[in-house]
Write a protein that binds this ligand. Structure first.
Ligand code: MN
Length: 726
């Protein structure tokens, strides 16, 4: 176990100006906080944070990160609070520690293997500061180094699996090669002890067999010296896990396994790398297809090197990597080293912003399309959001997704019955945007159905199309119902007697499938009751035609009789003039506020009964305040200026009039002059000097009504005029 002073020495070696007092404070704080806690090994708990800090010092991290290593378990496992860390240390350290704690709270379940990719993405998405991830990886590394102390075999296997599926690839992603391979080997050893031991044995055997490594090394070295190139040559055994992967991939037996060493030539500058490559290809026979130029085309994680495989001096196939010292450090220490090299000098105190920016640059400058794709799939800047089901399954949704999207992602039946949603246990509006790591729970209720407003609350195509599908089916039902009502009313008015199955004749005549299509056609305004009459009662239709011809001959006629006109009034019934409605849903202007075109309106959905249109200032809307899902954003359709008169709307007003002769006639004249139409009059109360009268008028829109009110106010006999609403 590393000691406090050894940690300090390690830090001072790469950062003379390090704030040692700060690190000592973190050490003492962590020691007190963890108190008597013990590790599974029986050692004091403090050994763990101390070792994690030491790994971070090996990565040459700044003081804040090393302190975070010392403190990383205090928020989770002790009484320490964020505010305390902020007060005693700094906001930076408190934030970093909190970041690590958040990552630690991500619960992996047994599905984590299949969902490894998503878990890795979740980690990246939750890491706002790359240093948090470095602490988390160091934490995992120390836990893996000590995994043999874990008591339960199942827990060991679970932790090892997580490590190989999630943490090692994460380390690779940010270029921490040394951490990656150590995590892999430790995890592989836990998961597959037999294979691990066999490979290790074979390696030992090959090592003892001959002095191949030193022979190749010295031959390479002398070749370089001959050409006066200064270089460090080293043979390095491949990791057990990488050998294992190669054996599986190439279907090798242990006896066939000979290729366990990779040689590395480290040079001072980039140009020399290519020169040395030329020398080696002259010296040994290159194996075709094995040359890779990662100098010109760095890997997404910043890795640079030349790779080649050749037939070596003793007929052995050998791999050689050629790189500069800087490239080498980057490959070992990833972004950390990359960042250090970019800094000219001075205090190592990277702001989190710089770290992230640096990583972003590395990720963005890659040119290998395949790797770039791999990279964009799990980079930091994902437009996805990762959330958990109550069972701990991870679900990926596009950024901006809501609980409704989540519900439809589970199943369209769940979506359709969504009544409310909880995020992390708290009830939230259905339109709330989800955040990474949220746990989402959907409360369904029997009888709950989607409403048109939901379309505005979802971002996924899946949810939107499921909502549309449902609404279309519902629209059709509503249209059939509405069409039947319209037809029944029209037919009853004119005394036709008919039965529903007669309508098949109409369907045939109109080339429609069935009776329901006839009703829907009527509701949609594509088919008119008089066309139904024409098919069912051809003799009446002929009479009507004669009537219309007569009307055409005498245009001045004021005849109000005849089925034709009444039927054509019926035809107008679904000319609504409101945008944002669901076609075919019955629409009613609310009687309480009788809104007019020109004033703000809102639709309230009565499930199964259609939509009521209220004025936005209607007092009755309060009762729907708790039910935002029933609100339908609607507005009056822009009037076609050439379109002539549209549908008339009824508005109600109260007139207070003086008792005088001819009062009523001046009121009706004034209304007539502005082209209004009185539909009802009612004397409400009679005083000695005046009386109140309620008057319903048909108007085109709010403007029209206001003009009428102005005209009335100008009358001498009028004391007061007011609109009645509600
Ligand atoms: Mn820990």
């Amino acid at each position: 176990m590393i000691r406090q002073y050894e940690l300090i020495d390690k830090i001072l070696k790469y950062n003379e100006k390090a704030d040692i007092a700060l690190i000592n404070r973190a050490y003492v704080y962590s020691m007190k906080a963890h108190g008597n806690q013990k590790r599974a090994s029986g050692e004091p708990y403090l050994t763990h944070p101390l070792e994690v800090a030491s790994i971070l010092a090996d990565l040459q991290m700044d003081e804040a990160t090393v302190c975070t290593g010392l403190l990383h378990d205090t928020l989770e496992d002790t009484l320490t609070t964020y505010d305390e860390l902020k007060e005693i240390f700094s906001e930076e350290i408190a934030d970093l520690t909190e970041g690590v704690t958040k990552l630690s709270r991500i619960n992996f379940n047994n599905k984590s293997v299949e969902q490894a990719e998503n878990f890795r993405k979740l980690f990246m998405a939750m890491t706002k500061d790359i240093r948090v991830l470095l602490v988390k990886l160091s934490d995992r590394l120390h836990n893996m180094r000590t995994i043999d102390h874990m008591k339960k075999e199942t827990s060991k296997l679970r932790v090892a699996k997580e490590t190989i599926d999630i943490f090692a690839p994460l380390a690779d992603r940010i270029g921490l090669y040394a951490v990656k391979v150590e995590l892999e080997d430790l995890a592989f050893r836990t998961l597959n002890r037999d294979e691990y031991d066999k490979i290790e044995e074979r390696k030992t055997f090959l090592r003892q067999q001959d002095d191949l490594i030193s022979r190749v090394e010295s031959e390479l070295q002398s070749e370089l010296e001959e050409h006066k190139i200064e270089a460090r040559v080293s043979g390095r055994e491949k990791t057990i896990y990488s050998i294992y992967n190669k054996m599986v991939k190439k279907n090798l037996t242990f006896d066939q396994l000979t290729d366990i060493v990779a040689y590395r030539i480290i040079l001072d500058d980039k140009a020399k790398c290519y020169e040395v490559l030329g020398l080696i290809h002259n010296l040994y026979k290159a194996i075709p297809g094995r040359f890779k130029d990662y100098i010109s085309n760095a890997k997404p994680n910043g890795y640079q090197s030349l790779h080649t495989s050749v037939i070596g001096p003793y007929g052995q196939r050998i791999e050689i990597q050629i790189r500069t010292q800087e490239m080498h450090d980057v490959s070992e220490y990833g972004v950390a080293a990359h960042w250090l090299y970019k800094q000219s000098s001075g205090n190592i105190n990277p702001s989190s912003y710089r770290w992230v920016k640096e990583l972003k640059e590395i990720l963005q400058t890659t040119e290998d399309p395949e790797e770039f794709l791999e990279n964009t799939k799990m980079d930091l800047f994902s437009d996805e959001v990762f959330v958990f089901t109550p069972k701990g399954d991870l679900i990926t949704l596009p950024y901006g997704a809501t609980p409704l999207d989540f519900a439809y992602n589970v199943h369209s039946d769940v979506g359709n019955k969504t009544h409310s949603a909880k995020i992390n246990g708290r009830i939230v509006p259905l339109k709330t945007r989800l955040n990474n790591g949220d746990q989402v729970e959907i409360v369904t209720r029997k009888g709950q159905v989607p409403n048109p407003g939901w379309r505005e609350m979802v971002t996924t195509a899946k949810a939107r199309s499921a909502i549309n599908r449902y609404l279309r089916a519902q629209e059709l039902d509503a249209q059939i119902k509405l069409g039947r009502e319209i037809l029944e009313k029209a037919m009853r008015r004119d005394g036709y007697s008919w039965v529903e199955k007669d309508l098949q004749k109409v369907a045939d005549a109109q080339k429609l499938q069935g009776i329901d299509d006839v009703f829907a056609g009527i509701a949609q305004g594509r088919l008119f009751p008089r066309q139904v009459v024409a098919v069912l009662f051809p003799e009446v239709a002929e009479a009507k035609e004669r009537e219309e011809r007569a009307k055409a001959d005498t245009p001045a006629t004021t005849s109000t009789g005849g089925a034709a006109q009444r039927l054509s009034q019926m035809d107008d019934e679904n000319a609504i003039g409101i945008d944002g409605l669901v076609s075919g849903l019955a629409v009613q202007i609310a009687g309480c506020c009788t809104p007019l075109p020109g004033e703000p309106i809102v639709g309230i959905i009565n499930t199964g009964k259609g939509v009521n249109i209220h004025a936005k200032n209607c007092k009755n809307l309060e009762q729907f305040a708790e039910d935002p899902d029933r609100w339908l954003p609607v507005k009056w359709r822009e009037k076609d200026p050439e379109g002539g008169k549209g549908k008339a709307f009824v508005a109600r007003m109260r007139l207070t009039l003086t008792h005088a002769p001819g009062v009523l006639s001046s009121v009706t004249t004034a209304i007539f002059n502005v082209e209004g139409n009185i539909v009802d009059l009612h004397i409400e109360s009679r005083g000695t000097d005046s009386y109140d009268m309620r008057c319903d008028v048909e108007v085109q829109d709010l403007d029209h009504f206001n003009r009428m009110l102005t005209a009335l106010r100008n009358l001498k006999c009028i004391i007061n005029v007011e609109r009645l609403q509600g």
